[in-house]
Design a protein around this ligand. Structure first.
Ligand code: PMP
Length: 312
């Protein structure tokens, strides 16, 4: 197939059947999207609609607060469609994220670590009040975020698995994936259970306060407007160490190179599977490990041996 714009390559990702413990789980390989994450679906939909309905006009600047991946997806979309992009991001987001956005031509504004992603949202709100040239994406309140996953990810998972699903498990960042996929699946089978994954001790769905953690992309420190907690049947908290363990395990045992939130989803899937061995589980692998070279995910990797090196 030949495409004339990178945004047309978004979606229709492969679904992997992974043997975890005794059972198979189905995992949607969202890291196969063109900028490398699940957020390409949301950026492509919102930018495409906004160009078509005239709300994004030539010369405007696309602006968003992001834990990083939405920023990268928007930087890609802006470059592909000829718009400037400014991303507000918490300073704890990996340096790889910043560099990818800059390479794609976006401006990056960093906000304080202790405020989590909420600080980035607030900084953008303040700047937007005096700048009518900004096109505000508003992933945390924009229903198109949910629809990107309802029409895309959710429909694809249903078709990939032939509807053979009892439970969908996924981490909550903006919550768009959980709400969109969850709604699509529940409309077809109201008995499907939805289990949200949250960082241990930083679960907004359990009323926890923002806290520093390593599972980038989820646990942003507040409950986004588009999330309906009553939709969710259970919350599985996962520690940084568990998320990292599963991300490493997938790389070593299966050759699949994924980030920490994907590791957290798989850790949660194995816990749920042990409690309910008869459930057929689907989940998401939101992004790939290259985005985290500078983080704990790669700390202390033991399997490098130097022989006859000339440089220090
Ligand atoms: N994992 C990663 C790596 C992400 O970047 C995101 C998006 N912030 C998510 C999971 C969660 O996706 P959503 O925003 O749809 O809840």
């Amino acid at each position: 197939m030949i495409f004339d714009n990178v945004l047309k390559c978004v979606g229709n990702t492969p679904c992997l059947a992974l043997k975890l413990g005794k059972n198979l789980i189905h995992a949607k390989a969202e890291f196969m999207n063109p900028s490398g994450s699940v957020k390409d679906r949301v950026a492509a939909r919102i930018i495409d609609l906004a160009i078509n309905d005239g709300s994004l006009r030539p010369g405007m600047c696309i602006a968003e607060a992001s834990s990083g991946n939405m920023g990268i997806s928007l930087a890609m979309a802006g470059a592909a469609c000829g718009y400037d992009v400014t991303i507000y991001m918490c300073e704890t987001a990996s340096v790889e994220r910043r560099n990818i956005m800059r390479m794609l031509g976006a401006n990056v504004i960093l906000t304080p670590a202790h405020q989590s992603v909420g600080g980035a949202v607030e900084a953008l709100r303040v700047d937007a009040a005096s700048d009518p040239n900004l096109f505000l994406v508003n992933q945390f309140g924009n229903k198109e975020n949910i629809l990107a996953h309802y029409n895309g990810t959710g429909k694809e998972i249903w078709e990939d698995t032939g509807g053979n699903i009892d439970c969908f498990i996924n981490g909550i960042g903006s919550g768009g994936t959980m709400m969109g996929v969850g709604t699509y699946l529940r409309e077809r089978n109201p008995d499907i259970r939805l289990i949200a994954v949250e960082p241990k001790g930083a679960a907004s769905l359990l009323g926890h306060k923002p806290k520093l953690h390593s599972i980038e992309g989820i646990g942003d420190g507040f409950l986004p407007d588009i999330v309906k907690p009553e939709y969710i049947d259970a919350i599985q908290e996962i520690s940084d160490a568990q998320a990292i363990e599963y991300a490493r395990k997938l790389a070593r045992d299966k050759g699949i190179f994924i980030g920490m939130s994907a590791g957290a989803n798989l850790a949660a899937a194995e816990i749920v599977m042990n409690e309910h061995p008869d459930w057929r589980i689907a989940t998401i692998l939101p992004d790939r490990a290259e985005r985290y070279f500078s983080t704990q995910l790669f700390a202390g990797q033991p399997n490098i041996v130097s022989k006859g090196r000339t440089a220090a």
